[in-house]
Structures are given as structure tokens and as C-alpha cells.
Design a protein. Structure first.
Ligand code: ADP
Ligand code: ZN
Ligand code: ZN
Length: 735
């Protein structure tokens, strides 16, 4: 309770509070509350704003001058704060660090339904008497309904909704409507390890794994950032599982952050099987109701393990004891638009605040993390060898100059594919371009199908019979003839659909699965495809980067990288780092069990120094070379960066806005600050808007931070109509 008591306009004593409200204004709003009302930071309030009402969060008590007209809040939404101090502090830090409005940042910590004021009950499901009877009579037809009912039958005390990530809401609603399952409010769960049911057998840790586990155990009650640098298949996940078990035994919660696409039911099953509990699984596809259930369960401590994609870092843990960030180099941990936070970095902040360890795992650590290790900010753990006797695959460049190619595959690669298939192995081909062909071209006049809204060509999706832009969502029918000269059109370039067709024709009978975003648009499709691969029904696998993320295919003996050249010559300064990470990760899919693996890299530049260094000396060496280069040129992570983006419907206005910003910053010369631009973005027009960017580089964070704060303050008064602009701190995606 604040000490200061004032009087409201009608003479009653009041207290004044700052309230964080969503919206672009980077300020807090002051309201008054009756003095007798017990309130504290983190409670939601409904307040009048403009002509309507908004839900905001009480931030801090404040003083107010008697001359101000200060409106009272309309109502309090909560009896207790929804966000605890540590999360409030985290949101305040993140809003400040990423220069994002506090009210909007706070919203990221709430499930959407709480922004309207939903009920706060944790709900669980159990089978009703009618449900038991129906199961006994075997009268349930729907396969998903029956599965859920069998699950519930096995757990008579009920299953919390947050732990039912594999059962869609629609199925649950249907069963409730039929009276076959019943909902009840959950107040407690049997604590781990009482619920350990059928625990999978843990392999005996090897020496490197045991050393890693020991090192982290020794600091379990202290903040430390551990970089677990382990080659693909070295058993990093085993290390996480051992650590998690220990933390659960101490009665504390665990957060595991993973890249979006790696979060498959197989992966979750491995976790639950070994931990003996159902983790709360959080990803972007969750319904609002499920998101709320998970949030409540985390807050009450009922959810002991949370596995989630980047936004899970804002969950309101009751007693967090450990954070794991798997594939810490993965760019999907950073949000590029709006609130541009990096989940790894926010997680590190939270771990420091809570004084707990955080483990960052990767076979290809980011340059940022390698540098932090070199600077002594992180501690290193290494797993240099594959676990369980598997060996790392051998990587060979394959010179395709002057070679005969069929559907993008050289004779040498085709021969290797055949050999591995006949020897009983599986073959994986990596091509980071979905669709049938990236261009549709007129050979007579040179016309190429373009996107009307972007500086980009449209991709021909032959199976769907559409032309699609991969940047703005534009799509249209495929023209039968060239619109400019009526000649026939032909595809140019290679996409995964075409590769799939070529392989089906060349290797009939071996079964082929394609893993790319198009193939995964339907729910459950990824799992069906992965199941066919795991069962051996599919022996050939074609895919984009989705397949490199965390999937483990023990029988793959050959990996073919169909086109290394597109990545070798990327124009982003992070191109080489990304290429190396992708190559090593894709290569890591080969030879995971008892089969030795081979990786063939098709290229027109077999002597490319980067490629050869990577192959002969490995990722660590290559990455340290890149770090030295970045330091010489003065690019991140040697310097801190922020990207200011602006876009608008006309070509000049966004450029002028950024030029004015650059001028304005230039008037306060700071030797530590370097300004590059404005320049057109690499994709200068997207979705009909012209895009420019300004890159700010600084030797230290305070300098960069000062410049950004000045910009945010300066722009408040001048915002040219129709122009959007944003600040991206530590940008990863420069497109
Ligand atoms: P990573 O996460 O580093 O890719 P995983 O933890 O998935 O590695 O391990 C790769 C494979 O090796 C898995 O099949 C796992 O069960 C197995 N494995 C891990 N550690 C051991 C060990 N100590 N002994 C035997 N097999 C192991
Ligand atoms: Zn033509
Ligand atoms: Zn487009």
C-alpha cells in the first residue's frame, strides 16, 4: 500500500497508480483508486480511456498534482496480482531493452483470454460413468475420441487440460457435450515422482555426458549460463533429461525452449516417457482456452515441466528451477516483427533474476554464444562424440560442373542414392526451396511470372496448380501461355515438389516422403509422414530446413545436399554462419545409429575456401574464423546492432523518415555510434509497401540504447501519415 493519500474530486481519499495500457504510446497512465482498496502491482484493472474502456495492469503507485484531472479506474479485475514481481521486472526489462511499449510488452505475458477478463479455474477432465460404459460397450467410433477416452480411463484421478496437448479442443468439447467426459476444477495434482508410470529406460551416460551433468548439478541453486556444445547425436537431450529429473526431485519447475518446428509429438513423447509426467506443451497453434489453462497451471505450479516455443519464456512460473534452450542458435527463437525479443536472451535474464542455471544446447552454437563463452560470460560443456557408438558422417563436396544432371541430381549423386537404397539404408535430400519450380518462364520472350506486390518471382506449385508468392501470400492461377507473346511457359529452377517427382520416377517402389511447409499445412500431417519414415515405409526423404530441426532418423545413411551454391553466396552478413549451421545440422541426420553416414554436397564451387574449411576443420573452427572476421569489419556480435525499419505505400516517404532520423542522430555525434543507411531493404518492396532500413552499430550497449531512446522520443511528435517504422534490437533477419 502506498503511503500517500490524496482526495478525489468528490473529496474521498484516493491513491494514485500508474497503469500500463496496450497501445503505441510509450508512457504509463495515471488513475486513482479509493484509498481503502488494497491493490498491488500486477493486478489487472479496467480503466476509461478516450471514449471507451481498456484493461491494463497496475504498475506502480505514484504522486499526482491536485491540478490534474485524474480519472478513477472503472473496476479491479483481480483480487491478487496476476503477474509476480519477477515477471513484471522481466517484462519491464524486455520492453526497455527491445524499445517496445511497456503496455504492449506486458500483453505478451498474458494469454489472450485474460486480456478480456476470463475465469481463473484450472480445469481437468475425467471419464464420466456414461463414458466408462461406452468404452466397455465399445460404442465409440471416432478414433481421436476413443484415444482420448482410453487415456482418461488409464488415469482415474483425471488429466489436467494443460497436459492434453495431443487431444484437440474440438474432440474434448464433443465428448463433454455427449456427457462422456466431465470437467472438474483442479486444485492439486499428485506431485512428481508419485506419477511416474512406465518410465523409459535411461541409457548409462558416457563420460562426457556424465561430466556435463555433474558440472551443472554442482551449481543447481546458482545462476550460470552453460553452453552445451555437443555434436549432432551426442546425447544432449539425455543430459537435459538427467538435469530435469534432478530439478523435479527438488520439487521445482523446468522450462524447455525449442524451435517451433521441432516440437513434434514424438519429441514430447520421448520427454514424457522418460520423465514420467505429462509436460505442458506451448506453441503458436494452441487455442486461447488451452493457452489459458497452461498459463494457470504453470502459475499454480501444477505444470511441472513446460516445453514450448519462444513465447513460453514469458510463462508465470511459481518456482522455476532450470531453463533449457535447445538448438539455441535457431533463428525462430527471435521474434522479428512487433515485440522483437530473443527468447534465449530473455531466458538468460530470467535465470539471472531467479538465480538458477540455464543450459543452452546446440551442435552449431550461434556466434553470439561462442563469443560469450570466450569472454567468460558462459561456461562451456562439450560432447565431442556421438553417443552409443555411432560415428559422425563423412562430408564430401561433389563437383557438378559439366556433369549431366537429371532434376538437379548429378549422376554421381544418383549412383550413391541407388547404392544406399540397395544396401537397405534411407536417403535424405535437402533442398531449401519448396514448390515445383521457383520461376515460371517464357523461353520465347523472357517473360517471368512475378508477384505484383513484391520484388520477387512467384513459385510454381504444380500439385496445387497455383502460382504463389512466398513473401506476401499472393497467389493466382497458372497461366497456360505467356501473357506477353502466347508462347508456352516452362519451369526454371528446382523445388522440392519437382525433386519428389523426379525421385519417384527414378526410384519407383522405395517410398518417398516430402517434409516442407506445404506438406505440413494439415494438422497431424507431419506426424503421419514422420511415422512412415520411421517405419521404413518411406526410404527416400526430401525436405527443406524443417527436416533439419531436431528430427532423428536412425536409418539414414546418405544425405545429399542438392544445391549448396544458393547458400554459399547469400548476401546477408550472416549467410556464412547460417550455411554452416544448416550443413552441419543436415549432415547430422546421417548415420545416427549403427550405420556410418555419408554426406554429399553438390556444388559448382568445390574449392570454395569456406566450404572446405568447414568440412576439413569442423564447425567450431569455422565459427571462430567468422567471429574474427566480424570483429575486423565491426559487425555483430563484435558490435551491438539495431535495425530501424520503415515502410510505406510510396517510395520516398519511408526513405525520408529514416534519412531524417539518421541526420538527427548525426547531430549528436558519438564516436561509438555508426550509422549505415538508409538503404532499401534487400527485398525493397513487399506486400505493396516500399521498405527501407537504417542500421545502427555501437561498440557497447549503453551507446546503442541511448541512441534508440532518443529516436523513440524524437519520433513521438513527427509521424508521417501512412508510414510504419520499428526498432529491431539484435536483429537476425535483415531481409
Ligand atoms: P542430441 O540431442 O545431441 O542430438 P540425443 O540425446 O537425441 O542426442 O541422442 C542421440 C541418440 O543417442 C538417441 O537415440 C539416444 O537415445 C542415444 N543416446 C544418448 N546418450 C546415450 C548413451 N549414453 N548411451 C547410449 N545411447 C545414448
Ligand atoms: Zn513470351
Ligand atoms: Zn508477394
Amino acid at each position: 500500500m502506498p503511503e500517500s493519500l490524496f482526495c478525489s474530486p468528490d473529496g474521498a481519499p484516493v491513491q494514485y497508480w500508474q497503469v500500463a495500457l496496450p497501445g503505441p504510446l510509450r508512457q504509463l497512465f495515471t488513475y486513482c483508486i479509493p484509498a481503502g482498496q488494497a491493490v498491488c502491482a500486477g493486478m489487472r484493472v479496467r480503466v476509461p480511456l478516450g471514449r471507451g474502456f481498456r484493461v491494463g495492469v497496475l504498475w506502480a503507485p505514484t504522486q499526482a498534482s491536485a491540478d490534474w484531472v485524474i480519472k478513477p479506474i472503472e473496476s479491479l479485475c483481480d483480487e491478487a496480482p496476476l503477474l509476480e514481481d519477477d515477471l513484471l521486472a522481466c517484462m519491464a526489462w524486455a520492453a526497455d531493452y527491445y524499445h517496445y511499449p511497456l503496455g504492449d510488452a506486458l500483453l505478451a505475458a498474458f494469454p489472450p483470454s485474460l486480456r478480456q477478463g476470463a475465469s481463473l479455474r484450472c480445469v481437468a477432465l475425467r471419464l464420466s460413468a456414461a463414458g466408462h460404459a461406452a468404452l466397455l460397450a465399445d460404442s465409440i467410433r471416432g478414433c481421436r475420441q476413443k484415444n482420448l477416452m482410453l487415456q482418461l480411463a488409464a488415469e482415474p484421478q483425471g488429466v489436467a487440460v494443460h497436459a492434453l496437448s495431443d487431444a484437440p479442443v474440438s474432440v474434448r468439447r464433443r465428448l463433454s457435450a455427449l456427457g462422456l467426459v466431465e470437467e472438474f476444477e483442479l486444485t492439486s495434482l499428485p506431485r512428481w515422482p508419485a506419477i511416474q508410470a512406465a518410465l523409459g529406460v535411461a541409457p548409462q551416460l558416457n563420460a562426457a555426458q556424465a561430466a556435463a551433468v555433474q558440472a551443472v548439478f554442482a551449481t543447481l541453486s546458482k545462476f550460470a549460463v552453460w553452453l552445451l556444445d555437443g555434436v549432432t547425436g551426442s546425447g544432449k537431450t539425455e543430459v537435459y533429461l538427467h538435469l530435469i529429473t534432478e530439478v523435479l526431485a527438488a520439487g521445482r519447475q523446468v522450462l524447455v525452449l525449442v524451435p517451433e518446428i521441432a516440437l513434434t509429438p514424438q519429441w514430447v513423447t520421448r520427454f514424457s516417457g522418460r520423465l514420467g509426467l505429462r509436460p505442458a506443451v506451448l506453441h503458436s497453434g494452441l487455442s486461447d482456452a488451452d493457452r489459458l489453462q497452461a498459463w494457470l497451471a504453470v502459475r499454480s505450479g501444477l505444470a511441472q515441466v513446460v516445453i514450448g516455443t519462444r513465447s513460453a519464456v514469458f510463462q508465470p512460473f511459481a518456482d522455476l528451477g532450470l531453463i533449457v534452450v535447445d538448438e539455441e542458435h535457431d533463428a525462430s527463437l527471435k521474434q522479428n516483427e512487433g515485440f522483437g525479443y530473443h527468447a534465449r536472451d530473455v531466458a538468460i535474464w530470467r535465470a539471472r533474476r531467479l538465480n538458477i542455471p540455464i543450459v543452452l544446447g546446440s551442435a552449431t552454437p550461434s556466434l553470439e554464444s561462442i563469443r560469450n563463452l570466450e569472454l567468460g560470460r558462459y561456461q562451456g560443456l562439450r560432447l565431442p562424440e556421438r553417443a552409443g557408438g555411432a560415428v559422425l558422417p563423412k562430408i564430401y563436396p561433389l563437383d557438378v560442373r559439366t556433369q549431366r544432371m537429371q532434376g538437379g541430381l548429378s549422376d554421381a549423386l544418383l549412383a550413391a542414392i541407388e547404392q544406399h537404397l540397395l544396401a537397405g539404408g534411407q536417403v535424405m535430400l535437402y533442398l531449401n526451396r519448396r514448390g515445383y519450380a521457383p520461376n515460371l518462364l517464357c523461353h520465347a520472350c523472357g517473360w517471368v511470372a512475378e508477384c505484383p506486390h513484391c520484388d520477387s518471382f512467384v513459385t510454381w506449385h504444380r500439385h496445387a496448380q497455383r502460382l504463389r508468392c512466398h513473401h506476401c501470400g499472393h497467389e493466382r492461377a497458372v497461366p497456360t501461355h505467356c501473357p506477353s507473346c502466347s508462347a508456352a511457359l516452362s519451369p526454371r529452377g528446382l523445388g522440392t515438389e519437382q525433386l519428389e517427382d523426379v525421385l519417384t520416377a527414378l526410384f519407383p517402389g522405395f517410398g518417398i516422403e516430402r517434409l516442407d511447409r506445404d506438406a505440413l499445412s494439415r494438422v497431424g500431417e507431419l506426424d503421419r509422414r514422420l511415422a512412415r519414415i520411421h517405419s521404413g515405409a518411406a526410404r527416400l526423404i526430401v525436405g527443406t530446413q524443417i527436416l533439419v530441426k531436431g528430427h532423428d532418423f536412425p536409418n539414414v545413411s546418405l544425405v545429399g545436399i542438392v544445391d549448396a551454391d544458393q547458400a554459399l553466396f547469400a548476401n546477408d552478413f550472416r549467410g556464412a554462419e547460417r550455411f554452416a549451421q544448416q550443413l552441419i545440422q543436415v549432415a547430422g541426420r546421417a548415420g545416427r545409429a549403427d550405420r556410418a553416414g555419408v554426406v554429399l554436397v553438390q556444388t559448382h564451387h568445390p574449392a570454395h575456401p569456406g566450404l572446405n574449411q568447414l568440412i576439413s576443420q569442423g564447425y567450431g573452427h569455422f565459427a571462430r574464423g567468422l567471429l574474427r572476421e566480424r570483429a575486423e569489419i565491426g559487425l555483430p556480435p563484435a558490435r551491438r546492432a539495431a535495425l530501424i525499419r520503415a515502410d510505406g505505400a510510396s517510395i520516398d516517404a519511408p526513405n525520408q523518415l529514416l534519412a531524417a532520423m539518421a541526420d538527427w542522430l548525426g547531430q549528436m555525434p558519438d564516436e561509438q555510434l555508426v550509422i549505415w543507411g538508409p538503404v532499401p531493404a534487400p527485398m525493397a518492396r513487399r506486400a505493396g509497401r516500399y521498405r527501407y532500413q537504417l542500421l545502427l552499430l555501437a561498440n557497447d550497449r549503453p551507446t546503442l540504447h541511448r541512441a534508440l531512446a532518443q529516436l523513440a522520443a524524437w519520433q513521438g511528435s513527427r509521424r508521417p501519415a501512412g508510414i510504419r517504422w520499428s526498432i529491431d534490437v539484435d536483429p537476425l533477419d535483415m531481409a
